[in-house]
Design a protein around this ligand. Structure first.
Ligand code: TYC
Length: 111
């Protein structure tokens, strides 16, 4: 079809009325959230590595690399999940750390 001829082009259809809208598929995609872990001076490195393995299913080498990246930079992304899953991960991190008296913190960020 010639450019500007009109039919069947989703970009044109999606902008009808001068308002940019998203294609149907993108609207259906649920928002996702990063689970961020923050560095502190007291939580043992081995505990953070074990937590990254057990809660975030990181392989041991990756868990160690990520823990060191958080230790050096101040924070890091442990995983990206749908909202309810991300909230549960954060709650699990805080519960596990609290049980051992460690101050480890984590939080959510929109992807
Ligand atoms: N900084 C901690 C230590 O030296 C280790 C640590 C890494 C703590 C990552 C928290 O999210 C964290 N023992």
């Amino acid at each position: 079809m010639a450019p500007g001829a009109g039919g069947g082009d989703s970009t044109r259809r999606d902008r009808e009325g001068g308002v940019a809208t998203r294609p149907r598929q993108e609207e259906a995609r649920p928002p996702r959230f990063k689970v961020v872990l923050y560095n502190d001076d007291y939580t043992p490195m081995e505990f953070v590595v074990a937590l990254l393995e057990q809660v975030f299913h990181k392989p041991p080498v990756e868990a160690t690399r990520l823990m060191l990246q958080i230790h050096r930079s101040g924070s890091g992304v442990a995983g990206v999940y749908a909202l309810e899953v991300a909230e549960t991960k954060v709650a699990t991190v805080h519960r596990m750390a609290e049980e051992r008296g460690y101050p480890l913190r984590s939080g959510l960020e929109p992807e």
